[in-house]
Design a protein around this ligand. Structure first.
Ligand code: FNR
Length: 340
């Protein structure tokens, strides 16, 4: 049951695609016609919490738990190793409940022994399960995903969300690696960011809407669907600015609907320290194959180097201070909420 659900998620994520209404078209980077730099001077290194990453792009959590998902994880892990990207595995709860499927997650560490790898569980996890997930893949950090709306739309999903915050707090206290709390495409906003900061969560991945849409995916999986919920959630541009009104730069990952170097650069210019991409990597891998996946990763890095050169910003940190103008719905939202 659980295993076929994972392949259904892959199937529908690809079939439905990404709307790219992640709000980043509201962000205008201010062009610099005298940049005083060269492509040779650009460094893509960044830090998230205490983690030093050689690329600001990370392969966000997707899968594991079945044979077919093992081959997806293997190809993504090889690409992560070759291109120096951090990578998260999909939720490991299935392997915690059935150790026979652990190999479909462990392949990520086997293929990339020295890389940065993130474990992943939902907020229903206990401290003991969190420790096992980290141990299973010798993870450098643990992602805890929040996906309340997805669970509610799934007929077989969770119905009670009592105690999420206190379970996350216990995990933060007892797990020996940094904990990253992430949404799966509905966004983390200011008040929740403050709650998470209060319990000691050091890093947020805002996981806004405009990319892979888990309301639409769950609705596509069943006949009597609640399609009227398909627009639920807050676009990534807005979630990012909300999170950054609480969290310091250096602690926020942007994700949700990011598909190319320009969208990544805009998120980094807004103040994210790294950018998570899931659906875009999956699409290239499944529809065009492994060579295209490696080419896509090169294009992302070369595209970022090109944009940073054009702007005269040699580091990701400097890119975060590039002048920009916020327009449209993102600007209106920020005005209404008093976020500058
Ligand atoms: C996901 N995502 C996800 N997230 C998570 O924390 N645990 C998980 O197990 C999964 N599973 C999963 C399966 C598939 C097939 C996809 C495409 C995605 C969510 C993912 O990490 C990310 O938050 C969202 O997909 C939004 O980013 P993109 O896809 O718009 O870049």
């Amino acid at each position: 049951m659980r295993i076929s659900r994972k392949m259904e998620h892959v199937h529908y994520a690809l079939e439905l695609g990404q709307s790219r209404q992640q709000g980043l078209s509201d962000i205008k980077l201010v062009h610099n016609c005298l940049p005083e730099t060269s492509t040779d001077h650009i460094a893509l290194t960044t830090t998230i919490g205490d983690l030093i990453m050689s690329s600001p792009i990370l392969i966000n959590a997707m899968t594991g738990g079945a044979q077919e998902t093992e081959s997806i994880n293997r190809e993504l892990a090889i690409m992560a190793r070759e291109k120096g990207m951090a990578m998260a595995v999909g939720s490991q709860m299935s392997a915690i409940k059935n150790s026979e499927v652990a190999s479909s997650y462990q392949v990520v560490r086997r293929e990339n022994p020295n890389g940065i790898v993130f474990a992943n569980l939902g907020s229903e996890a206990s401290v003991e399960q969190a420790l096992r997930a980290v141990d299973m893949i010798e993870a450098n950090a643990l992602q805890i995903h929040l996906n309340v709306m997805q669970e509610l739309i799934m007929p077989e999903g969770d119905r009670s969300f009592v105690g999420m915050l206190s379970r996350i707090e216990a995990i933060v206290r007892h797990v020996p690696v940094p904990v990253i709390v992430k949404e799966v495409g509905f966004g983390i906003l200011r008040d929740n960011a403050a709650q998470l900061q209060n319990i000691g969560v050091r890093v947020l991945d805002v996981g806004g809407s405009g990319g892979t849409n888990f309301a639409a995916i769950e609705n596509a999986r069943r006949p009597a669907a609640m399609e009227w919920l398909n627009d639920w959630g807050t676009p990534t541009s807005i979630a990012l600015l909300e999170a950054l009104s609480v969290y310091d730069r250096g602690s926020v990952i942007a994700s949700g609907g990011i598909t190319n170097a320009l969208e990544a650069a805009k998120a980094l210019a807004l103040g994210a320290s790294a950018v998570g991409m899931a659906g875009a990597f999956l699409k290239v891998l499944r529809s065009e194959g492994v060579d295209a996946l490696h080419h896509f990763a090169d294009e992302l890095h070369q595209g970022l180097i090109l944009i940073m050169t054009a702007l005269g910003k040699n580091t990701i940190q400097a890119l975060g201070h590039n002048p920009l103008v916020i327009m449209g719905e993102t600007a209106e939202w920020c005005r209404a909420r008093g976020i500058d």
